[in-house]
Each structure stands twice: as C-alpha cells, then as structure tokens.
Design a protein around this ligand. Structure first.
Ligand SMILES: *Cc1c(COP(=O)(O)O)cnc(C)c1O
Length: 389
C-alpha cells in the first residue's frame, strides 16, 4: 500500500536517538532546551515550549491565554478534532467559523460577519484558532486585524505547517498571532515520534505554558512565594499536567529539523508535479495563497461533481493507494452534535468535505509510485466521464 503520508528517518536520526539512550538523561536533559532553541532560530519566535503532542500544546496555549469556564473559542470545522477539543478541556464553549471553498481555511469574511453579530449579542470569543490546512497559511493578516479590533487572542494551529512561510516570515514567527502550535506526529512534516511545540514572542505566555507543561511547579528563585528552603525545594502555583517531551523525542526532533528544508522542497516538488499531471482533468487542487509558501503536509484535491467520492476512494484503495479524506467536519462528529451543532450550520465546510480527497504526498515517494497514483486517478476520472456520457 502506498500510504498518504509517512516519516523519513535516516541514520543520523537514529544515531541522535541512540546517543541520548546512552547518556545520563532520557528526559529533562539538555536535548529539550536545545530543540526549543532550534525551533526559535528556525521560525523567528522568541520562545518555544516543547511538549508531548500538539494536542497538549493547544491545551496549554488556551490555558496561558486564560481560557476558562464560560469563555468561547472559535476554530475551523475542517480540521483534526484536537483544534476544538482544547477549548473543552478548559471548560470553554467551542464554536466554528465557516471555511473558504477554495482553500478549506477559515474564511475571513465569515469571521468578520460572525464577530460583528457576536459583538452585538455580547458573546465574543476569547480566542480564535485558525488552522493552516494542508500547510497552506490562512489569511493571517485579515484574521489578525479582526482579532485586534475585537480584543481577541489568536492561536495558529500550524500542525501541518512547519517549514512554510507567510509574507516572508516563517510560520511560527507569530506575526499576527499570540501563539503558534506545531505537531511532530510521524505523519506531519518533521517528527519526534510524538511531540509538539508552542511558539510565541511573549515571555509571559512562554513562562505560563512551561508551568502548565510540568504540574504547575517551579524552582525559579525569582518567582517563589515562600522562602527557598534549599535545592530540593519547589513550589506548585497552579494546576498543571505532565505534558513534557522526552530527550529521546527532542533529539529526534532536532535531527529532523536539520532536514526540514529538504523535506519541504521535496513536498513542493511533488505538489508541482501533481499540478502538471492533473492539468486538463476536472480535478481542482487546493492552492496556497499568494505571498505564502506551503509546507505541503497534504495533497488535497477537489473531485468534479460527476465523481462519486466513495467510488473513487474505494477503487484507489483497491489499487493499493491509500487515499484519505482530511477532514470530516468536526461540528458533525457525534460528540459535537451533542452541543447542538447540526447539518447546514457551516455549509461551505460541508460542501468542501463532500468532494475532498487526499492523495499521497511525502518526501520518500518514488517517481514510479507517483506515476502509478496519477495514472490511476486519471483512469478513475476517465471512466466516470465515459459512464456519464
Ligand atoms: C495532528 C494535528 C493535531 C494534533 O497533533 P498531535 O501532535 O497528534 O497531538 C492538531 N491539529 C491538527 C490540524 C492536526 O493535524
């Protein structure tokens, strides 16, 4: 089976992990801060807090921005469920902003309308979480300007987007946001097996997230509330979690980070090849916006009206090609229906989902695998057209 995505681990990655295994620290050693510093250097963020997943990073990002019971958080319905769940962990309400049909990203027009309405009724969100679907940046300038206007904080869910850029800045520079979250799950751009980072330009937010990451405890003499009783002494100031990244994970992340540009350029090369190979068909490609470069986590395509997505999907799987669909709209998940969401709430997201298909895209895809995928998807479309004529 040709998977829709997979990691690329080389000998240097393996050696980096082995080195930590033989060292004094498997966790809470030097590799985690080194990884955080490397993320800062790469993205241009001043601070980075490494954790055990992007899901944890989203949670501590919400907590640091003071999201609590009764607050509201808005995100995109076309995303992985973690983008929405983080608000519920904090006891907040989740709502969604409809997406643009062309990109599947949060629609600035829909956001503007929804904010104006919410301002009238006094139910503005505290935080909005735009998601850079497939690695393509959202319209962050417009979203950021709207957030400023209404006094709302912004978390970029950049789980798909490390290595991409927007207006000449790397994703993670937080030009129009308070915090940017990355994922290092093996299917994403670079991996630490499991892992995530929350990047920010704000020292206070970084400090708060670091506290939530590790039980809410501190040894920092500058912020102790009681007299320091000695080297064993620490204080718990708030309720935190054990969301720490291990040194094994950080070492893998560090090694992978040195290969990030290579991964992103290979992904972009395949994206370009797909564009060429599918030109002249009725397939529409999801494109990054102008003035941005995508990390191309996913190759999302929109099938033509005549195509039955399920048939195309099944036939491709039958051929050993693990096509996928990213994502089923979150508001229609059975769990989210419990909150009163229903079909028709976010029509663009629902329409976007209907004809969506994810084609395989990852750095180690071979040219013969690529040709095989293209041949089969073209065959699918050809036979559909033939049937319909
Ligand atoms: C993968 C993903 C997450 C969660 O990442 P983990 O590191 O697996 O917790 C969050 N948001 C989006 C959009 C994702 O794709």
């Amino acid at each position: 089976m040709i998977p829709y995505g997979r990691q690329d681990i080389n000998q240097a990655d393996i050696d980096a992990v082995m080195e930590v295994l033989k060292s004094d620290f498997l966790t809470q050693g030097p590799k985690v801060p080194a990884f955080e510093k490397a993320i800062c250097d790469y993205t241009g963020s001043a601070h980075a807090v490494a954790v055990n997943s992007a899901t944890s990073a989203l949670h501590i990002a919400c907590l640091a921005l003071d999201v609590g019971p009764g607050d509201r958080v808005w995100t995109s319905p076309i995303t992985f469920v973690a983008s929405a769940n983080c608000a519920l962990y904090c006891g907040a309400y989740v709502d969604f902003v409809d997406v643009e049909l062309a990109s599947g990203n949060m629609c600035p027009k829909a956001l503007s309308k929804k904010l104006a309405l919410a301002a009238e009724t006094g139910v503005l969100p505290k935080v909005i979480i735009p998601v850079h679907l497939a690695g393509h940046s959202c319209d962050m300038q417009t979203i950021g300007d709207l957030a400023k206007q209404y006094g709302i904080k912004v978390i970029e869910d950049a789980a798909h987007a490390i290595g991409g850029s927007y207006q000449g800045f790397k994703i993670g520079a937080c030009q129009y946001s308070d915090i940017t979250v990355f994922s290092f799950h093996p299917v994403k751009i670079i991996t630490s097996a499991e892992g995530g980072v929350a990047a920010t330009q704000n020292a206070q937010l970084a400090c708060s997230m670091a506290s939530y990451r590790s039980h809410g405890i501190t040894k920092d003499p500058a912020i102790l509330l009681r007299p320091d009783e000695g080297d064993w002494y620490y204080e718990q100031h708030q309720l935190g979690f054990n969301y720490r990244m291990t040194d094994l994970q950080a070492a893998l992340g560090l090694s992978q980070l040195t290969r990030l540009n290579e991964f992103v350029s290979k992904r972009n090369k395949f994206a370009k090849d797909y564009k060429l190979a599918l030109s002249g068909t009725d397939i529409t490609l999801i494109k990054p916006m102008a003035n941005s470069e995508s990390a191309y986590h996913l190759m999302l395509v929109i099938l033509p009206d005549i195509a039955d997505r399920k048939t195309v999907f099944d036939e491709m799987r039958e051929k050993g090609i693990q096509v996928h669909v990213h994502y089923f709209p979150v508001h229609l998940q059975p769990f989210y229906l419990n909150f009163g969401f229903k079909v028709g709430d976010f029509p663009q997201a629902e329409a976007f989902y209907q004809r969506l298909l994810t084609l395989p895209l990852y750095p180690t895809l071979t040219t013969s695998e690529f040709s095989y995928i293209v041949k089969n998807i073209r065959l699918q479309l050809y036979s559909l057209t033939a049937i319909n004529q």
